[in-house]
Design a protein around this ligand. Structure first.
Ligand SMILES: Nc1ncnc2c1ncn2[C@@H]1O[C@H](COP(=O)(O)OP(=O)(O)OP(=O)(O)O)[C@@H](O)[C@H]1O
Ligand SMILES: [Mg+2]
Length: 269
């Protein structure tokens, strides 16, 4: 089995070397957790490894993606010029641009991706769809069907796909998970504010045919470099238990409150 490296330092060892060729992997998480940065790494690694890369962007313009990549030293402009990469812009919807999606439908998406593959020519291809949930925003019940369509249609073209999806609690409650069932893999990104600081984490929730890590790992995004995996999270006793003085103070507070309440409840003499 061929595995495609993601290009995020420290990540591939969590999934036995990389994403199996032909897989559809969902990168899910709340806003600002790193889904797009991860996708950019995956795309750039493809360029470096000689793959053809098709990047669909729905919430940011092509220019925004190129600029974000540039901050990490990845030259998408060159890759586009050399016919190694196509960025399909589904945000601006300019009819004059060959690589814009004018109507945000799954049929159009699949059509454009295949057109881009033909343009780029022969060879292994990587596809990023960022984000896939944009295609079912107003009809969340269609999430599963649409994901299945994308997987089935693009499978014939031997494409390996990373598709991002914002976790929508309403979607999972109301309609069941969409892309998560259809996807061969799920990479979940998380963020937490701890000690007044934003921390980011990743966990591989599913990766078919892969002995993957089951641990939450901390990640960081560094200017000029990009994303990297720092290491597994070790929750120490200090982090889950409060310091002794705090526990004592809380106890004293509760006792005082109880005493006060009891006094209040005493019947008038
Ligand atoms: N040059 C940089 N240096 C350091 N951190 C950066 C840099 N560029 C972006 N980031 C960090 O990455 C975050 C954006 O991550 P990303 O775009 O991958 O999130 P996302 O999960 O795709 O969010 P959304 O669902 O809103 O698209 C920024 O909020 C910022 O914290
Ligand atoms: Mg994003």
């Amino acid at each position: 089995m061929q595995r495609l490296r993601t290009g995020v330092p420290g990540f591939d060892r969590l999934i036995a070397g990389g994403i199996p060729e032909g897989f559809l992997v969902a990168a899910v998480g709340e806003p600002g957790t790193g889904k797009t940065v991860f996708s950019i790494h995956f795309a750039w690694r493809g360029i470096v490894d000689g793959d053809k890369v098709i990047y669909v962007t729905t919430e940011e313009s092509r220019e925004s993606i190129v600029n974000q990549a540039k901050m990490f030293g990845m030259d998408f402009e060159q890759a586009i010029k050399r016919k190694r990469m196509v960025i399909i812009d589904a945000l601006l919807r300019d009819k004059a641009d060959q690589w814009n999606i004018v109507s945000l439908t799954v049929e159009e998406l699949i059509k454009k991706i295949i057109e881009a593959k033909k343009y780029l020519g022969y060879g292994r291809a990587r596809v990023v769809i960022d984000s896939m949930s944009a295609f079912w925003l107003d009809k969340p019940a269609m999430a599963r069907k649409y994901s299945y369509m994308v997987k089935r249609m693009l499978n014939k073209w031997h494409m390996t796909i990373v598709a991002t999806s914002q976790y929508a609690i309403t979607t999972s409650f109301g309609f069941g998970f969409g892309i998560e069932h259809v996807a061969d893999g799920i990479i979940r990104f998380k963020k937490v504010v701890r000690n007044w600081e934003l921390k980011r984490y990743v966990i591989v929730e599913k990766m078919r045919q892969t002995p993957h890590s089951l641990r939450v790992h901390e990640i960081e995004i560094v200017d000029g470099v990009g994303m990297r995996v720092k290491g597994p999270v070790n929750v120490t006793r200090d982090e889950v238990t409060l310091p002794k003085e705090v526990v004592e103070a809380v106890k004293r507070g509760i006792e005082k409150k109880v005493q006060e309440d009891m006094l209040m409840e005493l019947p008038d003499q």
